[in-house]
Write a protein that binds this ligand. Structure first.
Ligand code: MN
Length: 239
């Protein structure tokens, strides 16, 4: 019995093969390319229509099937000629491309792949309502009340100028839960002290079909009816 080569060995072998292959040959080989794409679009954790009417099936279909899928495809394409091809994980790619102008396209697409997967997990049908007891106590201690956390979330949603994300995080320096907002693809994963617990996508594509420009109404509906508190509690438990 032989040991299967590790992913790193396979990638190294692939890189060596590509480096020694003339360009015309690489183009000619495209049709019988056998290597699977590095990243694939993760399935939604619920049916596309399951969040209706808070978020419609058509919004989810576009958002997951077009936007999220495009970030995955772009990332796979950009990685082919990047030194980041040796990275072990999506998170490593995000961290190694952050704050690096030359790697900005890879960062944007990698972070958007991760952010969207995290967003789907942050939502669930019949979510919202009262958090589990331990989490509810922690929210009361750090924000004063669930209502105060809700207010902070809606304020961050409306104050985020242009596209971005609103996050519930654990700030390990302050040892407190906090609400933060990030612009475009930016993600708390690049800040060592922040552990993401849940997120709301506030790019227009997340809500425009259902809420037009009423971003605050969308954020309120997500908070009240879709937020997956069990996901928040699980993330906090392992933080
Ligand atoms: Mn989005």
């Amino acid at each position: 019995m032989t040991h299967a080569p590790s992913r790193r060995q396979l990638l190294a072998a692939t890189a060596a093969a590509l480096a020694s292959t003339p360009l015309w040959s690489r183009a000619a080989d495209k049709s019988d390319k056998t290597e699977a794409p590095r990243f694939t679009l993760p399935a939604l954790p619920w049916d596309a229509a399951a969040l209706d009417p808070v978020i419609s099936a058509s919004t989810i279909a576009q958002h997951h099937g077009k936007h999220h899928a495009a970030y995955v495809d772009n990332l796979n394409r950009l990685l082919i000629n990047s030194t980041l091809v040796d990275a072990e994980s999506l998170v490593e790619i995000i961290q190694r491309s952050a704050r690096n102008e030359g790697r900005r396209p890879i960062f944007n697409n990698a972070a958007q792949v991760w952010n969207h997967t995290f967003y789907w997990q942050s939502l669930r049908p019949k979510g919202g309502g009262t958090p589990p007891l331990e989490l509810a106590k922690r929210i009361d201690a750090d924000f004063g009340s669930l209502t105060a956390l809700r207010d902070a979330t809606l304020t961050a949603s409306t104050e985020q100028f242009g596209a971005g994300w609103v996050w519930l995080v654990l700030d390990k320096n302050q040892k407190k839960l906090a609400v933060v907002k990030t612009g475009n693809a930016d993600t708390p994963l690049t800040q060592e002290n922040l552990v993401p617990l849940a997120t709301i996508d506030v790019w227009e594509h997340a809500y425009y079909l259902d809420y037009q420009s009423r971003r605050k109404d969308y954020a309120a509906a997500v908070f009240d009816k879709l937020l997956n508190w069990d996901f928040v509690a699980a993330n906090l438990a392992k933080a």
